[in-house]
Design a binder for this molecule. Structure first.
Ligand SMILES: [Zn+2]
Length: 493
């Protein structure tokens, strides 16, 4: 080998060695910055709060797809329960009822030049699936407290949250709370009806907009506090702050045909044509693309991973981002956070085996990533189907709201209060898969965060909307303390 050849090989080997050293050094030294002061403790015993949550769960404020089926008397009962339970809120805050049963409370701040903050919750719960009532350990509207859990529909979604916000505000007002910034508490009454035309949250947001109100920040449900213990890999409580949520889109595909007797069929029936369109859609999923906030989340969580071989990857995401995105795209649960998803969920055609369909329809449910608009999704589908015989019609749609920044004072305060300084916690941004009422506030607020400060194991979270929904009693204290600190501190500057 010539001398210049030896130099070239040495330079390449040196560069590879240096590169590996950087990866290893990052895997060894990357750590999340932590202070030594976890969040402040401010309330004592929670017996009374537990009783209030139980009482709230005994009032079946059930949402129904057909509004005529809603028992609004239960919402009136709930309103009366709040009036009796929270006298300071009702005395000090201005109450207004919007679109029938949505409740709004406002405490003006001492400095009117500062935009108020808003704490959101919904009063309604989903119905009990008929026939499953008997599967519950305790009746779904009993609010039974067995010392470990409070049982009932709405225990996790989200009367726990609603009551915790009310308790926080009530206890602050009792102590003479007089903030600089105004405080809104906004309680919708039909959040569980997806993409409802009559959304009470949309009505509240419209009312505020017409009154010229801009909000400094909105805090709604979503996110979570989940203990994660995988031996040798990670042992932390993960706290997700929802900085984004997906858009929602129901689409109907339909094909018209002549119909007739099935003994003399054409080459393709209406259903055949429709099936081809469905196949094309499934063959062309959206490309997986890791958004910045998911990259940030993985970066933060990755620094708390314990296993060294894994840390080589999780502490060097700048290098492995394309590979990880590719792998996530192949796993359905992980794919939902890196791409717009499409599911073909319903189908109908002929009413009899020997009758050719005159009309075949299918329904697609899509969950749109932030940045993917409803119109762009419809245009893309039409292009993929490439068949004029298939009509595409939007049934229901909700645009994904813009992503809220992790660099705002609001995010930083929430992260600190949720324990970003605590050694046993990992606080990271996150995308909420379902839709929340907060999306309707995007025209009057840039800082929208979805936070559920109740520490709950994953298996319990899965009871949300299901049988045996229940709230761990142990999660209540920290949640109320979080809301108290957040409200008092975010209204102070
Ligand atoms: Zn909810």
């Amino acid at each position: 080998m010539t001398q210049s050849g030896i130099i070239a090989v040495s330079v390449v080997c040196g560069a590879i060695l240096l590169f590996l050293l950087v990866l290893i050094a990052r895997a060894i030294f990357c750590k999340n910055k932590r202070g030594d002061k976890p969040f402040e403790k401010s309330i004592g015993d929670t017996a009374e709060i537990q009783a209030h949550i139980s009482a709230a769960l005994t009032i079946p404020t059930v949402s129904q797809v057909n509004e005529e089926d809603v028992d609004w008397a239960q919402f009136e009962k709930f309103e009366e329960f709040l009036r009796q339970t929270y006298p300071y809120i009702h005395e000090k805050m201005q109450k207004k009822v919007i679109s029938g049963h949505a409740l709004t409370f406002f405490l003006p701040g001492s400095d009117p030049s500062l935009n108020p903050i808003a704490m959101l919750a919904h009063q309604d719960v989903v119905p009990i699936t008929p026939g499953t009532e008997g599967d519950w350990k305790y009746p779904p509207f009993s609010g039974h407290n067995d010392g470990e859990f409070i049982w009932g529909r709405g225990a996790l979604d989200m009367k726990n949250h609603l009551i915790a916000v009310m308790e926080a505000a009530e206890s602050l007002l009792k102590e003479g709370f007089a903030p600089k910034r105004g405080l809104y508490i906004l309680l919708g009454c039909n959040e569980e009806i997806v993409a409802s035309e009559h959304s009470s949250a949309a009505a509240i947001a419209r009312y505020l907009k017409e009154a010229g109100v801009s909000l400094q920040c909105v805090v709604d449900e979503g996110g979570g506090v989940i203990p994660l213990n995988v031996k040798g890999v990670i042992d932390k409580t993960l706290v997700g702050i929802g900085v984004a949520e997906k858009g929602y889109l129901d689409i109907e595909l339909s094909v018209q045909a002549k119909g007739g007797h099935s003994s003399a069929p054409p080459a393709h029936t209406a259903l055949g044509i429709l099936s081809k369109a469905i196949c094309r859609i499934e063959k062309h999923p959206y490309k997986a693309k890791m958004p910045t906030f998911i990259y940030d989340m993985l970066n933060i969580v990755g620094k708390d991973v314990k296993s060294f071989p894994l840390r080589l990857v999780t502490c060097n995401l700048w290098l492995f981002r394309p590979l990880i995105t590719y792998i996530m795209g192949k796993i359905p649960a992980a794919a939902s956070v890196v791409r717009t998803c499409t599911a073909v969920t319903m189908c109908s055609a002929s009413t009899a085996p020997n009758v050719l369909p005159q009309r075949a329809t299918a329904v697609l449910n899509m969950r749109l990533m932030p940045g993917v608009s409803v119109q762009s999704a419809v245009d893309r589908l039409t292009k993929i189907i490439k068949d004029k015989r298939v009509s595409v019609r939007v049934l229901k749609a909700n645009e994904a709201p813009p992503v809220s920044s992790t660099q705002t004072d609001t995010y930083k305060l929430a992260a600190k209060l949720l324990g970003s300084n605590a050694a046993d916690r990992t606080v990271a941004p996150y995308i909420v898969m379902g839709a929340t009422d907060s999306r309707y506030y995007r025209e009057i607020c840039d800082e929208i965060y979805r936070i559920s400060p109740f520490e709950t194991k994953v298996e319990l979270l899965l009871t949300t909307h299901g049988t045996n929904e229940r709230l761990p009693v142990s999660s209540i204290k920290t949640a109320v303390e979080f809301f108290r600190s957040f409200i008092s501190q975010r209204t102070a500057f």
